[in-house]
Design a protein around this ligand. Structure first.
Ligand code: 1CP
Length: 355
């Protein structure tokens, strides 16, 4: 393990473990990105995947929101789609449109185009280098989060070839070719496990698994095609890295809360459609909850944002909660409204504890 600077703010790690803290820690999904003018400046000179692939640039944009706001964690600048790339698929980032796969998996026979056992260290070593450099440059200000897409969400992109309205092609596989679907999910899981362990070795202090399209499932399909792989990821990563907290963010999987509490993830990320109080009632103190302000709240004025933060914090309570948005920042968000969100979490959560 490289010799990293000592950590000065470990709030988020302590809340992950269930310890009490003087206030609620806060970070924002997609906190680095297009809503920040300093990010746009970097992107005007470099392509998206060049930023991801150049450790100095990835470190710079990872730290941009930390310099601007009082956040309690940094998340490494990369994308979930680096795993399909490691599996041998080409992914382009099209301006104004998002990710695009020129040759997606159109039928199970296309799986023969995937690299069977990719050398993850070789293929994704640039992300490890970015993590190591960022950890040094952060100088212990806040913990550094590593991440991966979940098997189902990555499968959905590999089959659809990009964002999609209803992900019909990918969902059709589950019924037309369930064996092929399981084999693809397992192959992706194996890469994700290596990748997450590699990220911890490179410097990640917490890990998040993004199952952004879990909401396309119902309870039964989730239990068949998502949950077993999500569980496997946590179990296998924990064997190697028992002390690194793991977040599962299964967006839209409100029906799966009880299932997720039973897994080894100590943190469950919630989207904004869930009621904090109701979620806490189900979960109790068995897990830390992360979330879940509707990102569109940030289009409101300061008073609106403050009131929404108050409601959210009151709902989750002052124990075992990491404040976040219920999904990522939007490119047209006003950075000053992100600041109001972060500062409100500080103020209100300290008031709640009588600090
Ligand atoms: O032009 C640009 O600069 C591209 C915009 C962008 C950015 C800033 C993309 C394309 N990816 C990212 C970075 C990114 N993506 C991060 C690191 C930054 C941070 O969080 O601070 C992370 C964690 C992701 C994860 C990611 N990528 C997810 C999971 C989270 C979520 O939003 O649900 C998903 C689904 C993606 C795919 C993706 N990459 C980019 C876009 C526009 C999309 C969504 C496409 C779609 O499905 O419509």
């Amino acid at each position: 393990m490289p010799d990293f600077p000592p950590l000065k703010n470990d709030l988020i790690l302590r809340v992950a473990r269930g310890e009490s803290t003087k206030r609620t820690p806060v970070w924002m999904m997609r906190q680095a990105g297009r809503y920040l003018p300093e990010y746009q400046k970097v992107r005007s000179k470099h392509e998206f995947f060049d930023v991801v692939g150049t450790p100095e640039l990835a470190a710079e944009v990872t730290i941009q929101p930390i310099d601007r706001f009082d956040l309690d964690a940094a998340i490494i600048f990369s994308d979930i789609l680096v795993i399909p790339q490691a599996l041998g698929l080409e992914v382009q980032m099209v301006k104004g449109k998002g990710p695009h796969f020129p040759e997606p998996l159109r039928s199970p026979s296309d799986m023969s185009r995937l690299t069977e056992e990719p050398d993850v260290d070789e293929e994704l070593g640039h992300v490890y280098d970015a993590l190591t450099l960022t950890r040094h440059e952060l100088d212990g200000r806040v913990p550094l989060i590593g991440f991966s897409g979940a098997p189902w969400t990555l499968m959905a992109y590999m089959i659809e070839g990009g964002g999609s309205k209803n992900y019909k092609r990918a969902r059709a596989w589950l019924y037309e070719a369930p064996d092929a679907a399981h084999s693809l999910l397992q192959q992706t899981t194996d890469v994700i496990v290596d990748y997450l362990i590699g990220q911890v070795r490179a410097g990640a202090q917490m890990l998040q698994v993004f199952d952004s399209w879990a909401g396309l499932f119902g309870p039964q399909t989730f239990r068949t095609f998502a949950l077993p792989y999500l569980k496997q990821i946590a179990e296998r990563v924990k064997k190697e890295c028992p002390d690194v907290p793991m977040v599962v963010f299964a967006k839209g999987a409100h029906y799966a809360l009880e299932d997720l509490v039973e897994t080894e993830y100590e943190i469950i990320g919630l989207d904004w459609t869930m009621d904090p109080k109701a979620a806490r009632l189900v979960v109790g103190e068995r897990a830390t909850l992360q979330g879940n302000l509707d990102p569109c709240t940030l289009y409101g004025d300061g008073e609106t944002i403050r009131r929404a933060v108050q409601d959210m914090l009151a709902g989750f309570g002052s124990h075992r909660h990491i404040a976040n948005l219920g999904h990522g920042m939007h490119p047209d968000h006003d950075p000053e409204h992100a600041r109001i969100f972060v500062d409100s979490v500080h103020e209100v959560s300290e008031q709640m504890r009588g600090v």
